[in-house]
Design a protein around this ligand. Structure first.
Ligand code: PXP
Length: 248
């Protein structure tokens, strides 16, 4: 069965907007697990814009399913991961000014640096996944690194799906071509004995064609789930505040 890891970063984004202590990403992780999520994913960014180091420590203690921590391949992050010891570290590229991760890690161009991080993490007993574009050269380079998994970046597919005019014949062709590219990458990775995950920009609207790719076993999905939670939970939240005011 396909697995879903829920990325809870944007629960922390809401908390950091006020530098307060709610909503707590650890509470969110527990709710996700109770709802049946197979794991929790979180990205410790170098700028700490959402998840903080203390969240990671608390998540490690509380998560009972599977904890996947995304991070850049830097010495600072490798040191933190080696102390916290999540189940999996997913190495991702990071550019300071980016709004979100912009694409996959260029394993071909940064082979030495990525290998150094992978080797250090593996020495500390941590499984490593590499977040890469669905590109055959990146898969070949990743397969040389003794990792257990690649996560295929679905950002280009997601952008095509969300652009205006996505239902036009021309756009549908482009979207189908991108699905084929992801399919081919997933097949190639499996042939190279790598597990295959996928993520970035996946939504309730666009996930189905990717979920139908048999080789993809795991999904890491965050923003769309948290965005939906904010809206489907708003009605109850308003009613509860009205009750609090009116019974005062
Ligand atoms: N996978 C990776 C490697 C990511 O960096 C992210 C974003 O943190 C996700 C999955 C989840 O993306 P989204 O929030 O768009 O679902």
């Amino acid at each position: 069965m396909k697995r879903l890891n829920v990325n809870i970063d944007h629960i922390a984004t809401i908390r950091q907007a006020r530098r307060t202590n709610e909503p707590n990403p650890v509470s969110a992780a527990v709710i996700c697990e109770l709802a049946g999520a197979d794991g929790i994913t979180t990205h410790l960014r170098s700028d700490r814009r959402h998840i903080q180091d203390y969240d990671l420590i608390a998540l490690k203690q509380v998560v009972v399913t599977h904890l996947n921590v995304e991070m850049a391949a830097t010495e600072e992050m490798v040191e933190i991961a080696s102390r916290v010891k999540p189940d999996v570290v997913t190495l991702v590229p990071e550019r300071p000014q980016e709004v979100t991760t912009e694409g996959g890690l260029d394993v071909v161009a940064n082979f030495k640096e990525v290998k150094k991080a992978v080797d250090a993490l593996r020495t500390n007993g941590i499984f490593v996944s590499l977040f890469i574009d669905p590109d055959l050269k990146q898969i070949k380079a990743s397969a040389k690194l003794n990792i257990f998994q690649v996560e295929l970046c679905t950002a280009s597919y997601a952008h095509l799906c969300e652009e205006p005019g996505s239902a036009t014949v021309r756009k549908i062709k482009e979207i189908n071509a991108e699905v084929e590219r992801i399919k081919k990458a997933a097949r190639t990775a499996t042939q190279a004995k790598l597990n295959v995950a996928a993520g970035h920009g996946l939504t309730y609207r666009n996930v189905a064609p990717i979920a139908r790719i048999p080789e993809i076993e795991e999904f890491n999905i965050g923003h769309n789930i948290i965005a939906r939670a904010a809206l489907v939970g708003l009605d109850r939240a308003v009613r509860e505040m009205l009750t609090a005011i009116r019974i005062a």
